[in-house]
Design a binder for this molecule. Structure first.
Ligand code: ZN
Length: 334
């Protein structure tokens, strides 16, 4: 284990998706739990600052998830409230800092800090306005999923079964504007037709921040091999997700090793350069006693150990832990 821990501590570790902001907001989370103190070590939930440090996380991507009850009319206001919560967190801490460019993440690593990178989950947040999008960029947002599960004015989400209409004209304009600004287009919650719409217009790498391989678990949020190949073709990255239904159809088989099987699969289909981590921590609950990938983010070094045991080289492991995210950030965000 010592070798694994050493390697883990040396690596830049980036988790491409979590919903922790909602869990630490004063009004509590959409999962119904009461608000957690981000700066104290908690037993419940997945992420707080002490556990990010224990887990060796260099950069945690924090999603600004717009809950359905705010859509569509109050989406931008809600997104600004979540942003305010993030600014409150970094404002109270010397250790938790905001990243808006790749160098901020490397600096955090050098200084033993934890960086937070902002991403919007659900394009309703811009309320149809490219100006609002640009203002979110100015406030530090560096990625956006065009939809959550529903259909919106940009695209169809994965939960839309009938329309099959893909990206709207506005959705295409938004994707293009995001590339121009230096924001990552996140396809994780898109319907298949919307996914291909993004692929068609993308001139830069795009990402699936928290999705697994459909070949191993049939959940519609997971990616087909063709989608995995397409993301790789544009130079993007897929963050493997720890949420049980995405890990295995049989919940009894959910485990860390099974998540690593998704990493194996993406490596086989697309190559080692296109897989990273996107836990979705604090975006799902687990029934007590049922199998899970890991208890919380503090256990992240176990993933490094599992990859070593599976015969991954140190170089490959560093790519999966954060090197691949860094490459894409450098290319798109700067
Ligand atoms: Zn999500």
């Amino acid at each position: 284990m010592l070798k694994a821990l050493e390697l883990h501590r040396e690596a830049v570790v980036i988790d491409g998706h979590c919903d922790t902001i909602l869990s630490v907001m004063s009004r509590g989370s959409w999962l119904g739990t009461k608000a957690r103190d981000f700066f104290k070590r908690n037993e419940d939930g997945h992420i707080d600052l002490p556990r990010l440090v224990e887990g060796g996380i260099t950069c945690q991507v924090m999603a600004l998830y717009i809950e359905p009850r705010y859509k569509p009319g109050a989406s931008a206001r809600r997104c600004l409230e979540l942003l305010d919560e993030f600014y409150n967190l970094v404002g109270q801490s010397e250790v938790f800092v905001m990243a808006t460019k790749t160098q901020d993440i490397l600096d955090a690593k050098a200084e033993g800090k934890v960086a937070g990178l902002l991403s919007i989950e659900g394009g309703e947040a811009i309320e149809g306005s490219l100006s609002v999008l640009r203002n979110f960029y100015r406030l530090g947002v560096r990625a956006m999923g065009l939809t959550w599960n529903q259909r919106n004015d940009l695209a169809d989400g994965v939960g839309e079964k009938s329309a099959r209409s893909g990206l709207t004209d506005l959705g295409i304009s938004v994707a293009k504007e995001m590339e121009k600004l230096g924001m990552l287009v996140d396809v994780s919650h898109l319907s298949e037709s919307s996914f291909w719409g993004v692929h068609e217009v993308a001139e830069r790498p795009y990402i699936a921040s928290h999705s697994n391989a459909r070949a191993l678990a049939s959940h519609p949020r997971n990616l087909t091999d063709k989608q995995i190949e397409a993301i790789a073709e544009k130079g993007g990255v897929i963050g493997v997700v720890f949420c049980p239904p995405f890990v295995d159809d049989d919940r009894a088989k959910v485990s860390l090793s099974r998540v690593c099987a998704h990493i194996d699969h993406i490596k086989k289909v697309a190559g080692i350069d296109h897989v990273g981590l996107g836990s979705d921590f604090d975006g799902f609950g687990v029934t007590p006693g049922s199998p899970q990938v890991m208890k919380d983010v503090s256990q992240m070094p176990q993933l490094t150990e599992e990859l070593l045991n599976r015969g991954y080289t140190e170089e490959e492991i560093k790519k999966v832990l954060g090197g691949n995210w860094l490459r894409v950030y450098k290319q798109v965000i700067g």
